[in-house]
Design a protein around this ligand. Structure first.
Ligand code: C5P
Length: 400
């Protein structure tokens, strides 16, 4: 469903080099006409095709041109620029800029913003057909898509270089429609950002061995999917699982608890955070080399992992408005989970019984008790996706 208008939405448009750069002017015009706020960054190569002045005439603000310009940094730093928008649009996106984005290179204002941003990104590639079809570009686009970046076009047709094929910048109207679609995402959670952790963590013992647990990621992934279906922007931080990334969700893949902690913290700010992952409480003081069989049994010493749920729940700054933890218990489910809610500092705990004979860990169904400040509420056994839907409706109720 399309939004009625882009009223007040803030778009940061990055214009990189290419003959199609002139079409960015039409895109700005369409966005402004629909009442979006538009700031523009013109790369050095982009400025060889259009002038900052022509962009500026259409934007609400001056045009930002280079990281190393002292005026730009003193007026508005690249971090602030990257956070000042609701959405980043790169049009045209050159092969070179896409490669830098995929590799995480930040060597000018545009690439630094793209590396520093925590906002969603749409790219509209434009390049020669052979460059578009080159294995390097194909791999870069796959990397960007896997990170949740939306790719619009390119279109097929005769190109400025005289060749024919895919590579032409998508029409400004199509890019504009993608922006409208993005903001028009309907659902009760539209405009909300939710972080979900899911799956197990792997804690290496040495380069070939690790400690893990039986978590499949089914419950966390189902929650991420249900949130996205209700319009939320979802960042899923997943440990190693065999499940596919849920559609419409930004999935970040990690292995260890420390990586999960860093990825979840980097995804802040968020309105809601749901810590469903079965995080290893301890990691091994790991060996750099494979431990050899040598007649004696090796001793593995354990070190405590950071507690992600507790850390984010106790943050004085940037704590999500609603923090939900999970508790897998083998006995005294309600008492233990109730104590855990207070100890961890979270708002709700979804408690499940994982005693002997339980198929919850790794299975397709779940039987939970929701613990809130109002007490314990047992839910009927149901599929993990039905539990996810129920939890998401409770979240919607709590936020409204
Ligand atoms: O203390 P316990 O591991 O039983 O707590 C379970 C809850 O804490 C779950 O929500 C789990 O995702 C979270 N947790 C965490 N980081 C850890 C350990 C647990 O976020 N290191």
């Amino acid at each position: 469903m399309a939004a009625l208008s882009l009223d007040g939405r803030r778009v940061l448009l990055i214009v990189s080099g290419g003959i199609a750069a002139y079409k960015a002017l039409e895109l700005v015009r369409l966005l402004r006409k629909d009442n979006a706020g538009v700031r523009a960054v013109l790369t050095r190569r982009g400025a060889e095709f259009i002038t900052p002045l022509s962009l500026q005439a259409l934007c609400e603000d001056r045009v930002y041109t280079d990281l190393f310009s002292l005026t730009d940094e003193s007026e508005m730093g690249h971090i602030q620029l990257s956070r000042s928008a609701d959405l980043l649009v790169v049009a045209p996106a050159s092969a070179d800029l896409l490669a830098k984005m995929a590799a995480g290179i930040a060597d000018d204002l545009a690439t630094t913003i793209l590396l520093a941003t925590d906002k969603p990104v749409i790219v509209a590639p434009a390049m020669n057909v052979r460059m578009w079809q080159h294995a390097a570009t194909v791999a870069n686009i796959a990397v960007l898509r896997a990170r949740g970046i939306v790719v619009i076009g390119p279109d097929e047709g005769p190109m400025a270089c005289g060749e024919f094929g895919p590579g032409r910048l998508a029409e400004p109207a199509a890019i504009f429609a993608a922006v409208r679609d993005f903001f028009g995402k309907s659902g009760a959670l539209a405009g909300r950002h939710v972080i979900v952790t899911s799956g197990p963590t792997y804690e290496p013992i040495d380069p070939v061995r690790y400690i893990a647990n039986r978590s499949s990621g089914r419950q966390g992934h189902a929650i991420a999917q249900a949130l996205a279906a209700n319009g939320a922007r979802v960042t899923l931080v997943s440990g190693p699982v065999t499940l596919a990334d849920p559609p419409g969700v930004v999935s970040i893949h990690v292995e260890t608890a420390r990586e999960m902690h860093a990825a979840a913290a980097a995804a802040l700010p968020a309105n809601v955070a749901i810590f469903c992952a079965a995080v290893a409480d301890w990691r091994v003081d790991a060996s750099d080399r494979k431990i050899k069989k040598s007649g004696t049994v090796p001793t593995i010493s354990l070190v405590e992992n950071p507690d992600i749920l507790s850390d984010i729940s106790h943050r004085a700054n940037g704590r999500p408005g609603l923090v939900i933890g999970f508790a897998a218990e083998t006995e005294n489910l309600v008492a233990n989970a109730t104590a855990k809610r207070l100890r961890k500092g979270c708002d709700w705990i979804v408690a499940n019984h994982v005693g002997a004979g339980s198929d919850v860990m790794g299975g397709t169904d779940n039987e939970v008790v929701l613990i809130t400040q109002d007490g314990a509420e047992p839910w009927q056994r149901a599929s993990k996706s039905a539990i996810a839907d129920k939890l998401v409706s409770r979240i919607i109720k709590a936020l409204s």
